[in-house]
Design a binder for this molecule. Structure first.
Ligand code: LLP
Length: 425
């Protein structure tokens, strides 16, 4: 866990400055203990109803993080062949993996069918037809759930809201019923579940209960047609506290949702990403230059060596991440002022935080907190920047779980090297 010890921020007994001395900045740091604690908390909450956790790989797909979660017993939620490859390489089990996403390609469907995926969360009539054709061709049976779009307002940022009818995800209930009837009559499609995912960073239970009611309506209509499912997948989206939000109360999943699902003889499944990894991560960055306001009415900029290519969330969603100095400010430096913490990328939107009250000097190390989910995962090479290194802290020691990218890594794709090929064509 993150704590200040001897005037410096530590994670699980490791001084953050020890990590940057060894590896430089920017660097992502993850605490194994935090991931473990979050997983245990969610597992405990779901235990009474026997709910199943499928970690949403997109939040943080580093192999070491996936290995950790596989070791804890998690299943996985993937949205691409690449994510399936990661899960398999990390020791995850295909049969305990669900495949979500509106645009699964034919090679991706084939790859997942051959691997023995646990469930396809099907999002359109077209996808169902293509999956049926591919299963027939490969001599496989495809386990499916239909992703229903319950038209529920999750009360979250519009870019991460997914369960409204104007969103591209899932299908309306009536169409879902048609898809199930078709699947039930097909020898190569096996309907085993029903799914939804209404959005991300949701703090209230209300939207989930509203979605649940819609899904249970479909479940009942199917039962009347003698189509019986095994699980109900309520998606992910459980919100964390970045600033002053209410953290989503996972206990309510066990007490409110699981019993309603169990009444129908179904098992509850969830697909959390952020909830399990966000708090575990910090992005460490160093102050390069200070540009204090030259006159009243101007802003003061602290230019740091991490940028929107490393952590896109502030630029894309105006997301808040706490920013704190790794070492406590000393003496002269102790007078704080308001800084916009900005990166070197040539975009006005390139900020990690605006108007932060900090006492800063050039060379200071800062920790951008809550960066374990959708941090490294959304990073890019914009401005030909090298993607950051990643470090896992466990049992009082740290190890590199992804080395810092080199310029050679970036150029390798363009200098005419032969294509090494892919297991998934
Ligand atoms: N299941 C499905 C089908 C999803 O699309 C997602 C997230 C999840 C599960 C996991 O959601 P979570 O529990 O992590 O909220 N880049 C944005 C978040 C995008 C989420 C996309 N889908 C951000 O940084 O806030």
């Amino acid at each position: 866990m993150y704590a200040r010890v001897d005037h410096e921020l530590h994670v699980d007994g490791v001084a953050l400055s020890a990590i940057t001395e060894a590896l430089g900045t920017p660097v992502y740091v993850y605490s194994q203990a935090v991931v473990a604690a979050r997983y245990a908390r969610l597992e405990r909450a779901l235990a009474p109803g026997g709910g199943r956790i499928h970690y949403a790989v997109k939040a943080n797909g580093n192999l070491a993080i996936l290995q950790l979660l596989a070791r804890f017993g998690a299943g996985f939620d993937i949205v691409s062949g690449g994510e399936l490859e990661r899960v398999l390489r990390a020791g995850g089990v295909a049969a305990d993996t669900v495949f979500s996403g509106v645009g699964k390609s034919t090679p991706e469907l084939d790859f997942a069918l051959k691997a023995g995926i646990g469930c396809f969360n099907v999002e359109s009539l077209g996808e169902l037809a293509r999956l049926e054709a591919r299963a027939r061709l490969l001599g496989a049976v495809a386990p499916i759930a239909v992703r229903v779009n319950p038209d529920v307002d999750a009360g979250t940022h519009p870019y991460i809201s997914t369960g409204l009818k104007e969103n591209k995800f899932g299908v309306p209930e009536a169409q879902a019923l048609d898809m199930y009837r078709h699947a039930a009559a097909s020898p190569v499609l096996h309907p085993i579940g029903i799914a939804c995912h209404i959005g991300s960073q949701i703090s209230a239970m209300g939207p989930y209960v509203a979605a649940l009611e819609r899904l249970l309506g479909v479940v009942d209509a199917l039962a009347a047609a003698d189509i019986r499912l095994e699980h109900l997948d309520l998606g992910g989206g459980f919100g964390v506290r970045y600033r002053d939000e209410d953290e989503f109360n996972v206990d309510a999943l066990g007490t409110v949702v699981a019993p309603r699902v169990a009444e129908r003889g179904l098992r509850l499944a969830v697909e959390p990403g952020r909830y399990l990894v966000a708090d575990a991560g910090a992005l460490l960055t160093r102050v390069e230059y200070l540009k204090p306001a030259p006159a009243p009415g101007h802003r003061s900029f602290a230019v740091v060596d991490a940028a929107m290519n490393d952590l896109l969330r502030p630029a894309l969603y105006q997301a808040w991440h706490d920013i704190e100095p790794v070492a406590d400010p000393q003496g002269e430096q102790g007078t704080p002022r308001l800084w916009d913490v900005v990166g070197p990328v040539c975009e006005t939107g390139d900020f990690l935080g605006t108007g932060r009250r900090l006492a800063l000097s050039e060379g200071d190390l800062l920790a951008v907190r809550g960066a374990g989910a959708y941090g490294m995962a959304l990073s890019s090479n914009y401005n030909a920047r090298r993607r950051a290194a990643e470090v896992l802290v466990a049992d009082g020691a740290f190890r590199v779980i992804r080395r810092r990218e080199t310029l050679r890594d970036q150029l390798a794709l363009e200098v005419g090297l032969p294509d090494a090929g892919d297991e998934m064509p």
